[in-house]
Design a protein around this ligand. Structure first.
Ligand code: ATP
Length: 233
């Protein structure tokens, strides 16, 4: 089976995320996609986040209607996760590194299962800074959703140095839109065109604080949840 892993802060999950997942599902024939809210996202530690439980609840609501979309507790804080040993504080505060999540998920894989990591281009631009980035590329193929303004050269330049194509080749990529498949030694990247879904969690938090409607960003169950729980005020 082809299995997708879609990590994020999901504070909150919105139509941009769902559009990415649907497009990725069609493109790479994914049988299942795990939506994995991070308890402690390594790259967003300065921003105050909503509690994990709220972010997970919204992911569960947003994915409820789609059989292939699975809300995942793989990056839950220990007390909310499956029984997993110690409640040690320092362990709890550890950021959720994708490589650990990937390895944990793959433990349940059958021999012909294949893992694809879903990600937007803005997040992919920082991929070289990820913990054990080369290993992540070794463990799974990437599905990257383009965002306005990025070229194929930006995708190539974002790779960890050891995986980047030769500079002559990257130069040729400069005028090419990020589309199609990029197959390199050590990295396979499927590029989705711009999804034209301008939703962002930041815009939703701002709209909520300003008392504006959320219907263009999220479906009714998530909008209701935000209202009921008084999030983002
Ligand atoms: P924030 O506005 O708080 O930075 P966000 O809307 O980017 O949040 P995240 O949970 O940080 O949401 O994103 C998870 C993943 O979804 C990232 O890989 C990001 O690039 C991607 N993503 C977010 N919004 C969109 C969108 N509108 N279209 C395509 N991909 C998106």
């Amino acid at each position: 089976m082809n299995i997708g892993l879609f990590g994020g802060t999901f504070d909150p999950i919105h139509r941009g995320h769902l559009a990415l997942a649907r497009e990725a599902q069609g493109r790479c024939k994914l049988h299942r996609i795990y939506f994995v809210p991070a308890n402690i996202p390594p790259h967003k530690q300065r921003q105050p986040l909503s509690p994990f439980l709220h972010r997970f609840a919204m992911v569960a609501l947003a994915t409820a209607q789609d059989k292939a979309f699975v809300p995942s507790l793989l990056e839950a804080p220990e007390e909310n996760g499956p029984i997993r040993g110690s409640q040690n504080k320092s362990h709890q505060d550890k950021p959720n590194y994708t490589i650990d999540t990937v390895r944990q998920l793959k433990q349940s894989f059958k021999s012909n299962d294949k893992l694809f990591l879903l990600i937007g281009m803005d997040a992919f631009a920082d991929i070289a800074k990820w913990h054990e980035a080369e290993e992540v590329f070794r463990e799974c193929e990437f599905i990257v959703a383009n965002r306005p303004g990025y070229s194929l050269a930006d995708v190539a330049n974002a790779l960890p140095e050891s995986l980047r194509p030769r500079p002559e080749l990257t130069k040729l990529f400069q005028k090419q839109a990020a589309n199609g498949d990029l197959v390199l030694k050590g990295a396979t990247i499927h590029l989705l065109g711009d999804l034209r879904q301008p939703a962002s969690a930041t815009a939703i938090r701002q709209a909520t604080a300003a008392g504006k409607p959320l219907s263009r960003f999220v479906d009714a169950p998530v909008a209701e949840y935000i209202k009921k729980m008084g999030l983002y005020k």
